[in-house]
Ligand binder design. Sequence first.
Ligand code: 5AD
Ligand code: SF4
Length: 466
Amino acid sequence: MSPPRKLHIKSYGCQMNVYDAQRMVDTLAPEGFVETASAEDADLVILNTCHIREKASEKIYSELGRLRAMKEEAALGGREVTIAVAGCVAQAEGEEIIRRAPVVDIVVGPQSYHHLPQLLARARRDGRALETEFPVEDKFGFLPPPKPDAIRARGISAFVTVQEGCDKFCTFCVVPYTRGAEVSRPVAKIIDDVKRLVDNGVREIMLIGQNVNAYHGEGPDGRPWPLGRLLDRLAEIPGVLRLRYSTSHPLDVEDSLIESHRDNPALMPFVHLPVQSGSDRILAAMNRRHTAGEYLEVIERFRRVRQDIAFSSDFIVGFPGETAEDFAATLALVTQIGYAAAYSFKYSPRPGTPAADMRETVSQPEMDERLERLQQLIDSQQSAFNLAAIGTTVDVLFERPARKEGQIVGRTAYLQPAHVMASSDIVGKVLPVRVESLERYSLLGHLAARPPLAAYPHESRMITGA
Ligand code: 5AD
Ligand code: SF4
């Protein structure tokens, strides 16, 4: 039997890429590949690229320079190393990569990962292999089911892709071009995936997609199901303790989703709802198709059915034409909403998007200053949110032993890490924790004797009178 070949994947960017990396591992496992943490001893190195943020492609070319040196050194020792570029940069700039970087053997776009074994064979035969386009209907096709071992290694929480692509065309964003039109997977396939994961010990499912709440996959009744209905169906699967979804667009928040937050105790009260800016003028220039006021109304719809709901968001500072007044409107919106967490980015032009042609750019020092101020505000809100947990009892889904001997770590409904001293048989269970202190972003506490009220959302709502 030939020894296993080693595979190293370096992922950049969003959680979709983290999930895709796992898909690539699953696809290559039957070919005899096992994962390795270092590029140096790998036979196949895959750069899983992201096109969204600053200077994405330059970073890839400099990484490829390093890999070339590594590949040449391995060749001197008689070892052949294959280099592949995957992800959204591969999709967008495949031909260019092949031309500019002779070290690259394979270029593969996100819709073709199930072809990796054939691409490897083709690269061996022809020297290079390029595949960045594939018919949309095959987007989710042909993947071998993940092996139980691979699933178990993923632990208690797992991602399941339910839709891909986006039809929104925000003027700064490459996703509609790189990931293509919005496509939803049928409900039955998602149920199968979730059952398989739960059978292998997974207890929390994060449904993911670039615009996840645009989900409209075909239900068992042959009709399109909205995300809320899918979430309610998945909650019926025995063993599913927690459900989440990401990332959502404010315009696609349907009543079924709000109702699911009201009635489905497995659905966690923590919603990532990017707004990008608090200025109506900038929101219009971004083609977000809603105002700050309309965003606030969406937030209110969630809050009306679930007072303990918390939000996170994404922000872009320094979008072309953003004035001091526009930026002040962003700070005002953040202040009004109060986020549990948020990510903020400096605007960076992405070639091929409408915003890249906009002239009124904001200077770097101004962008830096705005980013700093926004992050300070967000940090102070996050700290206040975390501090508020001290002295309360919260539900924690325990995930694994922590680094400190005897300690087990899990997450609260709001994804805050929580540590307790306990035996490892609590892994995979949701248990109440009395929070005593905060260490950086982590809650420290002990297992509480009685379940918190939050374990019974319906009762707690009765008590608060909602
Ligand atoms: N410049 C800066 N940030 C961007 N994002 C997407 N495109 C850009 C860009 N061109 C941010 C948005 C999005 C997150 C995933 O990345 O805030 O919600
Ligand atoms: Fe990009 Fe999100 Fe806008 Fe779609 S909704 S275009 S993924 S920022």
